[in-house]
Ligand binder design. Structure first.
Ligand code: TRP
Length: 336
Protein backbone atom coordinates (compact mmCIF):
# COMPACT_ATOMS: atom_id res chain seq x y z
CA UNK A 1 0.00 0.00 0.00
CA UNK A 2 1.23 3.48 -0.76
CA UNK A 3 1.68 5.89 2.09
CA UNK A 4 -1.13 8.29 2.87
CA UNK A 5 -0.18 11.84 2.03
CA UNK A 6 -1.77 14.56 4.19
CA UNK A 7 -1.73 18.11 2.91
CA UNK A 8 -3.31 21.30 4.12
CA UNK A 9 -2.90 25.00 3.42
CA UNK A 10 -3.38 28.05 5.60
CA UNK A 11 -4.35 31.29 3.90
CA UNK A 12 -2.11 34.14 5.01
CA UNK A 13 -4.69 36.57 6.22
CA UNK A 14 -4.88 37.47 9.88
CA UNK A 15 -3.15 36.53 13.11
CA UNK A 16 -3.48 32.90 14.23
CA UNK A 17 -6.02 32.57 17.05
CA UNK A 18 -6.82 29.84 19.53
CA UNK A 19 -9.59 28.57 17.23
CA UNK A 20 -6.95 27.91 14.55
CA UNK A 21 -4.73 26.36 17.19
CA UNK A 22 -7.32 23.91 18.45
CA UNK A 23 -8.90 23.19 15.05
CA UNK A 24 -5.87 22.98 12.76
CA UNK A 25 -2.42 23.67 14.19
CA UNK A 26 -2.47 21.33 17.18
CA UNK A 27 -4.01 18.38 15.28
CA UNK A 28 -1.63 19.03 12.36
CA UNK A 29 1.44 18.99 14.55
CA UNK A 30 0.24 15.88 16.37
CA UNK A 31 -0.51 14.08 13.10
CA UNK A 32 2.90 14.95 11.71
CA UNK A 33 4.55 12.92 14.47
CA UNK A 34 3.27 9.82 12.66
CA UNK A 35 6.28 8.75 10.65
CA UNK A 36 4.29 6.22 8.61
CA UNK A 37 2.47 9.00 6.73
CA UNK A 38 3.67 12.04 4.80
CA UNK A 39 2.68 15.57 5.74
CA UNK A 40 2.60 18.80 3.79
CA UNK A 41 1.69 22.07 5.49
CA UNK A 42 1.99 25.28 3.60
CA UNK A 43 1.21 28.98 3.70
CA UNK A 44 -1.28 29.70 0.93
CA UNK A 45 -0.06 33.21 0.26
CA UNK A 46 -1.29 33.39 -3.33
CA UNK A 47 -4.76 32.49 -2.07
CA UNK A 48 -4.68 35.62 0.03
CA UNK A 49 -4.87 37.69 -3.17
CA UNK A 50 -8.48 36.61 -3.79
CA UNK A 51 -9.60 39.70 -1.93
CA UNK A 52 -7.89 43.05 -1.99
CA UNK A 53 -5.96 42.78 1.23
CA UNK A 54 -3.35 45.17 2.50
CA UNK A 55 0.12 43.97 1.28
CA UNK A 56 1.78 44.63 4.64
CA UNK A 57 -0.91 42.64 6.39
CA UNK A 58 -0.37 39.67 4.08
CA UNK A 59 3.34 39.67 4.67
CA UNK A 60 2.94 40.11 8.43
CA UNK A 61 0.41 37.29 8.52
CA UNK A 62 2.82 35.00 6.65
CA UNK A 63 5.46 35.63 9.31
CA UNK A 64 3.01 35.17 12.19
CA UNK A 65 1.52 31.94 10.89
CA UNK A 66 4.89 30.42 10.07
CA UNK A 67 6.35 31.46 13.44
CA UNK A 68 3.32 29.97 15.23
CA UNK A 69 3.70 26.53 13.67
CA UNK A 70 7.42 26.52 14.35
CA UNK A 71 7.08 27.77 17.93
CA UNK A 72 4.43 25.16 18.67
CA UNK A 73 6.82 22.41 17.68
CA UNK A 74 6.21 21.35 14.09
CA UNK A 75 8.89 18.86 13.10
CA UNK A 76 10.10 20.33 9.81
CA UNK A 77 12.49 17.45 9.24
CA UNK A 78 9.61 15.07 8.73
CA UNK A 79 6.83 17.41 7.60
CA UNK A 80 7.17 19.56 4.49
CA UNK A 81 6.59 23.14 5.60
CA UNK A 82 6.71 25.74 2.85
CA UNK A 83 5.26 28.84 1.32
CA UNK A 84 3.11 28.34 -1.78
CA UNK A 85 4.74 31.23 -3.64
CA UNK A 86 8.15 29.54 -3.31
CA UNK A 87 6.94 26.65 -5.48
CA UNK A 88 6.50 28.07 -8.99
CA UNK A 89 5.35 24.66 -10.25
CA UNK A 90 2.08 25.15 -8.36
CA UNK A 91 1.23 28.18 -10.49
CA UNK A 92 2.19 26.40 -13.70
CA UNK A 93 -0.02 23.52 -12.74
CA UNK A 94 -2.83 25.96 -11.95
CA UNK A 95 -2.88 27.07 -15.57
CA UNK A 96 -2.66 23.53 -16.89
CA UNK A 97 -5.67 22.64 -14.75
CA UNK A 98 -7.58 25.62 -16.16
CA UNK A 99 -7.60 23.61 -19.38
CA UNK A 100 -9.50 20.81 -17.68
CA UNK A 101 -11.91 22.82 -15.55
CA UNK A 102 -15.42 23.58 -16.72
CA UNK A 103 -16.52 27.14 -16.13
CA UNK A 104 -19.80 25.71 -14.94
CA UNK A 105 -18.01 23.89 -12.13
CA UNK A 106 -16.60 27.19 -10.87
CA UNK A 107 -20.06 28.78 -11.10
CA UNK A 108 -21.16 26.32 -8.43
CA UNK A 109 -18.44 27.19 -5.90
CA UNK A 110 -20.04 28.29 -2.60
CA UNK A 111 -17.78 31.28 -2.07
CA UNK A 112 -18.43 32.63 -5.56
CA UNK A 113 -22.17 31.98 -5.23
CA UNK A 114 -22.20 33.82 -1.90
CA UNK A 115 -20.72 36.93 -3.56
CA UNK A 116 -23.29 36.80 -6.36
CA UNK A 117 -26.08 36.31 -3.86
CA UNK A 118 -24.94 39.34 -1.87
CA UNK A 119 -24.97 41.44 -5.04
CA UNK A 120 -28.43 40.27 -6.00
CA UNK A 121 -29.78 40.94 -2.50
CA UNK A 122 -28.37 44.43 -2.39
CA UNK A 123 -29.99 45.19 -5.74
CA UNK A 124 -26.81 45.50 -7.80
CA UNK A 125 -27.34 45.42 -11.56
CA UNK A 126 -24.18 43.37 -12.03
CA UNK A 127 -24.31 40.09 -10.10
CA UNK A 128 -20.52 39.77 -10.49
CA UNK A 129 -19.77 43.16 -9.03
CA UNK A 130 -16.51 43.09 -7.07
CA UNK A 131 -15.76 39.47 -7.95
CA UNK A 132 -12.11 39.04 -8.94
CA UNK A 133 -10.89 36.26 -11.19
CA UNK A 134 -8.66 35.25 -8.28
CA UNK A 135 -11.80 34.55 -6.26
CA UNK A 136 -13.55 32.85 -9.15
CA UNK A 137 -10.69 30.46 -9.95
CA UNK A 138 -9.58 30.06 -6.32
CA UNK A 139 -10.65 26.38 -6.37
CA UNK A 140 -8.30 25.70 -9.32
CA UNK A 141 -5.29 27.09 -7.45
CA UNK A 142 -6.32 24.98 -4.50
CA UNK A 143 -6.60 21.91 -6.76
CA UNK A 144 -3.03 22.57 -7.94
CA UNK A 145 -1.82 22.75 -4.30
CA UNK A 146 -3.42 19.42 -3.62
CA UNK A 147 -2.56 17.54 -6.81
CA UNK A 148 1.06 18.77 -6.98
CA UNK A 149 2.05 16.53 -4.07
CA UNK A 150 -0.19 13.55 -4.78
CA UNK A 151 -2.18 14.19 -1.63
CA UNK A 152 -4.57 11.47 -0.62
CA UNK A 153 -6.07 13.20 2.41
CA UNK A 154 -6.81 16.86 2.86
CA UNK A 155 -7.85 17.94 6.38
CA UNK A 156 -10.05 21.01 6.06
CA UNK A 157 -12.97 22.72 7.73
CA UNK A 158 -16.48 22.05 6.50
CA UNK A 159 -16.40 25.28 4.45
CA UNK A 160 -13.53 23.95 2.31
CA UNK A 161 -14.91 20.51 1.63
CA UNK A 162 -16.43 21.49 -1.69
CA UNK A 163 -13.05 22.78 -2.91
CA UNK A 164 -11.41 19.43 -2.24
CA UNK A 165 -14.23 17.69 -4.07
CA UNK A 166 -13.66 20.04 -6.99
CA UNK A 167 -9.96 19.15 -7.00
CA UNK A 168 -11.00 15.56 -7.22
CA UNK A 169 -13.40 16.27 -10.11
CA UNK A 170 -10.73 18.16 -12.01
CA UNK A 171 -8.18 15.38 -11.46
CA UNK A 172 -10.66 12.78 -12.63
CA UNK A 173 -11.44 14.65 -15.79
CA UNK A 174 -7.73 15.13 -16.44
CA UNK A 175 -6.96 11.45 -15.93
CA UNK A 176 -9.82 10.47 -18.19
CA UNK A 177 -8.47 12.68 -20.93
CA UNK A 178 -4.69 12.31 -20.55
CA UNK A 179 -4.18 9.05 -18.64
CA UNK A 180 -3.57 8.31 -14.97
CA UNK A 181 -1.48 11.30 -13.97
CA UNK A 182 -3.13 12.46 -10.75
CA UNK A 183 -3.91 10.82 -7.44
CA UNK A 184 -7.48 11.49 -6.32
CA UNK A 185 -7.66 13.34 -2.98
CA UNK A 186 -10.27 13.02 -0.30
CA UNK A 187 -11.37 15.67 2.18
CA UNK A 188 -10.94 14.85 5.87
CA UNK A 189 -13.31 16.77 8.08
CA UNK A 190 -12.14 16.48 11.67
CA UNK A 191 -15.11 15.32 13.71
CA UNK A 192 -13.50 15.67 17.06
CA UNK A 193 -11.52 18.79 16.25
CA UNK A 194 -13.31 21.40 18.25
CA UNK A 195 -14.84 24.43 16.63
CA UNK A 196 -14.20 27.06 19.27
CA UNK A 197 -16.57 29.84 20.08
CA UNK A 198 -15.28 33.39 20.20
CA UNK A 199 -15.65 36.29 22.62
CA UNK A 200 -19.27 36.90 21.63
CA UNK A 201 -20.32 33.23 21.63
CA UNK A 202 -20.37 32.88 17.82
CA UNK A 203 -17.80 30.70 16.04
CA UNK A 204 -14.33 32.14 16.61
CA UNK A 205 -13.41 33.69 13.31
CA UNK A 206 -11.48 36.68 12.14
CA UNK A 207 -14.48 37.73 10.05
CA UNK A 208 -16.47 38.16 13.27
CA UNK A 209 -13.66 40.00 14.96
CA UNK A 210 -14.14 37.88 18.08
CA UNK A 211 -10.83 36.04 18.28
CA UNK A 212 -8.19 35.45 20.92
CA UNK A 213 -4.75 35.41 19.25
CA UNK A 214 -2.76 32.37 20.38
CA UNK A 215 0.23 34.45 21.31
CA UNK A 216 -1.42 37.55 22.65
CA UNK A 217 0.93 38.98 25.31
CA UNK A 218 -0.06 38.04 28.85
CA UNK A 219 -1.89 41.29 29.66
CA UNK A 220 -3.81 41.35 26.39
CA UNK A 221 -4.73 37.69 26.82
CA UNK A 222 -6.16 38.38 30.25
CA UNK A 223 -8.11 41.35 28.98
CA UNK A 224 -9.62 39.34 26.13
CA UNK A 225 -10.61 36.46 28.36
CA UNK A 226 -12.32 38.90 30.73
CA UNK A 227 -14.45 40.00 27.77
CA UNK A 228 -15.87 36.55 26.99
CA UNK A 229 -19.65 36.63 27.07
CA UNK A 230 -21.38 34.90 29.98
CA UNK A 231 -24.91 35.12 31.36
CA UNK A 232 -26.19 37.00 34.37
CA UNK A 233 -26.12 34.16 36.93
CA UNK A 234 -24.75 35.28 40.28
CA UNK A 235 -21.88 33.66 42.23
CA UNK A 236 -23.23 30.63 44.09
CA UNK A 237 -25.92 29.86 41.51
CA UNK A 238 -25.31 26.55 39.67
CA UNK A 239 -24.22 27.07 36.08
CA UNK A 240 -24.72 25.09 32.90
CA UNK A 241 -21.59 23.89 31.09
CA UNK A 242 -23.50 23.16 27.87
CA UNK A 243 -23.89 26.68 26.78
CA UNK A 244 -20.71 28.23 28.13
CA UNK A 245 -17.95 29.59 25.90
CA UNK A 246 -15.62 29.72 28.91
CA UNK A 247 -16.17 26.04 29.55
CA UNK A 248 -15.71 25.09 25.89
CA UNK A 249 -12.41 26.90 25.67
CA UNK A 250 -11.20 25.41 28.94
CA UNK A 251 -12.13 21.94 27.72
CA UNK A 252 -10.22 22.45 24.47
CA UNK A 253 -7.00 22.96 26.44
CA UNK A 254 -7.39 20.87 29.59
CA UNK A 255 -7.21 17.14 30.30
CA UNK A 256 -10.49 15.21 30.77
CA UNK A 257 -9.87 15.07 34.55
CA UNK A 258 -9.35 18.81 34.80
CA UNK A 259 -12.45 19.35 32.71
CA UNK A 260 -14.46 17.19 35.13
CA UNK A 261 -13.24 19.28 38.06
CA UNK A 262 -14.40 22.43 36.37
CA UNK A 263 -17.74 20.83 35.62
CA UNK A 264 -18.12 20.35 39.38
CA UNK A 265 -17.18 23.97 40.03
CA UNK A 266 -19.95 25.00 37.64
CA UNK A 267 -22.47 22.88 39.54
CA UNK A 268 -21.27 24.47 42.77
CA UNK A 269 -21.82 27.91 41.32
CA UNK A 270 -18.33 29.28 40.61
CA UNK A 271 -18.47 33.05 39.94
CA UNK A 272 -17.89 34.04 36.31
CA UNK A 273 -15.04 36.33 37.28
CA UNK A 274 -13.32 33.49 39.07
CA UNK A 275 -13.80 31.14 36.12
CA UNK A 276 -12.34 33.72 33.79
CA UNK A 277 -9.28 34.07 35.98
CA UNK A 278 -8.91 30.29 36.07
CA UNK A 279 -9.16 30.03 32.28
CA UNK A 280 -6.65 32.82 31.82
CA UNK A 281 -4.13 31.16 34.13
CA UNK A 282 -4.59 27.81 32.47
CA UNK A 283 -4.12 29.04 28.91
CA UNK A 284 -1.30 31.33 29.90
CA UNK A 285 0.65 28.50 31.56
CA UNK A 286 -0.04 26.23 28.62
CA UNK A 287 1.08 28.67 25.97
CA UNK A 288 3.92 30.46 27.73
CA UNK A 289 6.91 28.38 26.57
CA UNK A 290 5.75 28.51 22.95
CA UNK A 291 5.01 32.21 23.29
CA UNK A 292 8.58 32.93 24.33
CA UNK A 293 9.82 31.04 21.27
CA UNK A 294 7.26 32.82 19.06
CA UNK A 295 8.44 36.22 20.23
CA UNK A 296 12.01 35.22 19.54
CA UNK A 297 11.10 34.17 15.98
CA UNK A 298 9.06 37.30 15.27
CA UNK A 299 12.05 39.38 16.34
CA UNK A 300 14.31 37.37 14.02
CA UNK A 301 12.34 36.75 10.80
CA UNK A 302 15.47 35.53 9.00
CA UNK A 303 15.22 32.27 10.96
CA UNK A 304 11.64 31.77 9.75
CA UNK A 305 12.62 32.68 6.21
CA UNK A 306 15.41 30.09 6.27
CA UNK A 307 13.00 27.39 7.49
CA UNK A 308 10.54 28.16 4.72
CA UNK A 309 13.26 28.09 2.10
CA UNK A 310 14.51 24.78 3.39
CA UNK A 311 10.96 23.44 3.15
CA UNK A 312 10.53 24.79 -0.36
CA UNK A 313 13.69 23.20 -1.66
CA UNK A 314 12.60 19.86 -0.18
CA UNK A 315 9.15 20.21 -1.74
CA UNK A 316 10.59 21.20 -5.10
CA UNK A 317 12.52 17.96 -5.27
CA UNK A 318 9.07 16.50 -5.87
CA UNK A 319 7.27 19.25 -7.77
CA UNK A 320 9.93 19.94 -10.42
CA UNK A 321 10.07 16.31 -11.54
CA UNK A 322 6.34 15.78 -11.38
CA UNK A 323 5.51 18.94 -13.30
CA UNK A 324 7.82 17.74 -16.10
CA UNK A 325 5.68 14.60 -16.36
CA UNK A 326 2.46 16.60 -16.32
CA UNK A 327 3.68 18.99 -19.02
CA UNK A 328 4.66 16.05 -21.13
CA UNK A 329 1.22 14.51 -20.65
CA UNK A 330 -0.52 17.61 -22.00
CA UNK A 331 1.90 18.13 -24.90
CA UNK A 332 4.08 20.95 -23.62
CA UNK A 333 7.31 19.32 -24.78
CA UNK A 334 10.80 20.03 -25.99
CA UNK A 335 11.13 19.63 -29.69
CA UNK A 336 14.41 17.86 -29.82
N1 TRP B 1 -8.60 27.62 1.05
C1 TRP B 1 -8.12 27.10 2.29
C2 TRP B 1 -8.75 27.91 3.43
O1 TRP B 1 -9.09 29.05 3.24
C3 TRP B 1 -6.63 27.15 2.38
C4 TRP B 1 -6.00 26.29 1.35
C5 TRP B 1 -5.35 26.71 0.23
C6 TRP B 1 -5.95 24.87 1.37
N2 TRP B 1 -4.90 25.63 -0.46
C7 TRP B 1 -5.26 24.51 0.18
C8 TRP B 1 -6.45 23.88 2.23
C9 TRP B 1 -5.05 23.15 -0.13
C10 TRP B 1 -6.24 22.56 1.91
C11 TRP B 1 -5.54 22.20 0.73
O2 TRP B 1 -8.86 27.41 4.52
Amino acid sequence: MTKEVYLTGITTTGTPHIGNYVGAIRPGIEASRDLTTKHFYFLADYHSLAKNEDPDKISRSTLEIAASWLALGLDTEHAYFYRQSDIPEILELTWILHGMTAKGLMNRAHSYKASVQANVESGNKDPDKGVLMALYSYPILMAADILMFKSTRVPVGQDQKQHVEMARDIAQRFNHHYGEVFVLPQPVIGEDTAVLKGLDGRKMSKSYNNTIPIFAPEKALRKLIMKIKTNSLEPGEPKDTDDSTLFDIFKAFATPEETEEVRKLYAEGIAWGQMKQKLFEYINDHIKPARDEYERLIADPGVVEAELRKGASKAREISVLYLAEIRDAVGIRRLG
